[in-house]
Design a protein around this ligand. Structure first.
Ligand SMILES: Cc1cc2nc3c(=O)[nH]c(=O)nc-3n(C[C@H](O)[C@H](O)[C@H](O)COP(=O)(O)O)c2cc1C
Length: 491
């Protein structure tokens, strides 16, 4: 087993990743309200990552449906792919490829559809118009953990999420073609590939989980049907992109179903996911599978390393090791076995090393630490050069993590969505700081503001708007004031 983080590795499609470090997908919250193309803030942010030699850089989730956004400022696949539509995406791919130290990071666009997790008001639909999903099961409706923990949890799920509308055969076809359009967009823009987001409870994960899919048709969760939505999308994508175009999938290690003994259910659920992964690998056309976990009901992917039971190894390491073993025993030819990308909780040099040496993963996904330390690959490379051998790497975290985020997860332990919401806010505001600083001075490296508290982060996340559209806001506020004043004069 190749244990050096900086050793290259080949993907089944024939492309090579120059090293094992992957900047994993993180929603940026920088596009226009109600979604849009990437803009100069995205270019600023990604130019910082591009400088430092990541093997692969994934975008945050790019939504294939403008009516199914996550937090409202998502990048969205345009309805047509004319030269003008493609231009801002092309620029983003160029920025990601624009390495300065010789490492050419592969640029991967993550494609997603939020399905039932697209919130009311900010999801890109008119208020109270329900989102589409495999079945009419609202977020939180079949989740045991919230019972007992939760009147507040339930209230929040009710306030944010609607009972979705079950997708018809036509809706399914339409969504599939939107994913294909997304892949074509990535290809035409010069991205090296795409990742389909089938984790964290979004639409493609909803199709594979009995929590959210209670259909009886050919898209049910029965073993022969559970991966049908994914397989049809991938088959259609492979028809329109070259064989060297990278296709990855992000998938959950397990999800948490409705009742009974939690341990047993978790094992049952892991067995089911392992079956899905075996099926996906057997198609022979997938380059990498990212292992993550959790959804809005139980956002495990946003766990804090401050939580005691999680700090010894990556969150989903055991499961990804099982997957690695299983795939290498499978009849799939070795050259077609997808690489395994492990994400979540990789926080120190020893985590990275253990993941490669213990065969937990081929690729190492880093999210929050990539925001705190965009130059992580450069630092690791320097350390390796100085220490000669990676076995002498110091076992300490890459970087400090924000106290505000730990505090939020302690205040509201029974409402995990809020804790993870504060975390998301903190990291998106930090990404914005990086973007703005890069726009002002590309050579600057702004220090992280660890004093930014959770509430301030949430406020700053939502109260920010692009100064170029400030006149529209001012005009809008003035109009509201004038109308209100006129109204009160008439009374
Ligand atoms: C601000 C923020 C935004 C995220 N957005 C996405 C996303 O768009 N797509 C995705 O697959 N995961 C997303 N994630 C989850 C990360 O990809 C990753 O799975 C998670 O942060 C765990 O990795 P880490 O412990 O290295 O941070 C996001 C995480 C954060 C902190």
């Amino acid at each position: 087993m190749d244990c050096n983080v900086f050793n290259p590795v080949d993907l089944p499609c024939g492309r090579t990743i120059e090293n094992r470090l992957v900047k994993t997908a993180m929603y940026e919250h920088m596009a226009n309200f109600s979604g849009g193309p990437p803009n100069e803030f995205h270019y600023g942010l990604y130019s910082e990552w591009a400088k430092h030699g990541w093997g692969m850089i994934l975008t945050g989730n790019v939504q294939v449906s403008p009516q199914h956004l996550t937090l409202g400022r998502d990048i969205v696949v345009p309805p047509t792919l004319d030269a003008e539509d493609v231009k801002p995406f092309k620029k983003l791919a160029e920025v990601i490829h624009g390495a300065v130290d010789g490492t050419r990071s592969l640029a991967i666009m993550q494609l997603s559809h939020a399905g039932r997790q697209s919130a009311n008001f900010i999801g890109g639909r008119l208020p109270f118009v329900p989102p589409l999903a495999p079945s009419s099961v609202r977020v939180g409706a079949r989740h045991d953990e919230n019972r007992g923990g939760g009147a507040i949890s339930n209230l929040i799920f009710h306030a944010l999420f609607q009972v979705p509308t079950e997708m018809t055969a036509l809706d399914i076809l339409h969504v599939q073609s939107s994913f294909v359009r997304g892949a074509l967009l990535a290809y035409k823009s010069g991205f090296d590939g795409i990742q389909l987001h089938a984790a964290h409870g979004y639409l493609l994960a909803q199709f594979m989980s009995p929590k959210s899919n209670i259909r009886n048709d050919k898209y049910s969760v029965a073993p022969e049907n559970a991966t049908r939505m994914l397989s049809e999308i991938i088959e259609a994508i492979r028809k329109v992109v070259p064989t060297t175009f990278i296709i990855g999938i992000k998938i959950n290690s397990a999800d948490y179903v409705t009742s009974g003994n939690t341990e047993e259910i978790s094992q049952e659920s892991e067995r089911r996911v392992l079956d899905h992964i075996r099926t996906i690998a057997s198609w022979g056309v997938i380059d990498f599978i990212e292992i993550s976990g959790g959804d809005y009901e139980k956002p495990d992917f946003m766990a804090c390393s401050g939580s005691r039971k999680l700090d010894r190894q990556a969150f989903f390491a055991q499961f990804s090791r099982t997957v690695m073993k299983d795939l290498h025993r499978s009849p799939v030819p070795f050259s077609s076995v997808p690489l395994i990308l492990l994400t979540g909780g990789l926080r120190s040099h020893s985590h990275l090393q253990a993941a490669l040496m213990s065969r937990h993963a081929d690729l190492l996904g880093i999210g929050r630490c990539a925001v705190l330390c965009p130059d992580l690959p450069k630092i690791l490379r320097l350390q390796l050069r100085n220490n000669k051998s990676s076995s002498t790497w110091v076992d300490k975290p890459f970087t400090r993590e924000p106290e505000a985020v730990f505090r939020a997860s302690k205040w509201v332990p029974s409402v995990k969505l809020i804790g993870s919401g504060v975390g998301t806010a903190w990291y998106t505001t930090r990404m914005r700081d990086i973007a703005i600083s890069q726009i002002k001075n590309p050579r600057a490296e702004p220090p992280a503001d660890y004093n930014r508290g959770g509430l301030i982060a949430v406020f700053t996340m939502w109260a920010w708007f692009d100064s170029r559209i400030a006149p529209i806001w001012v005009l809008g506020i003035l109009m509201v004031l004038v109308v209100t004043a006129g109204f009160s004069c008439q009374q």
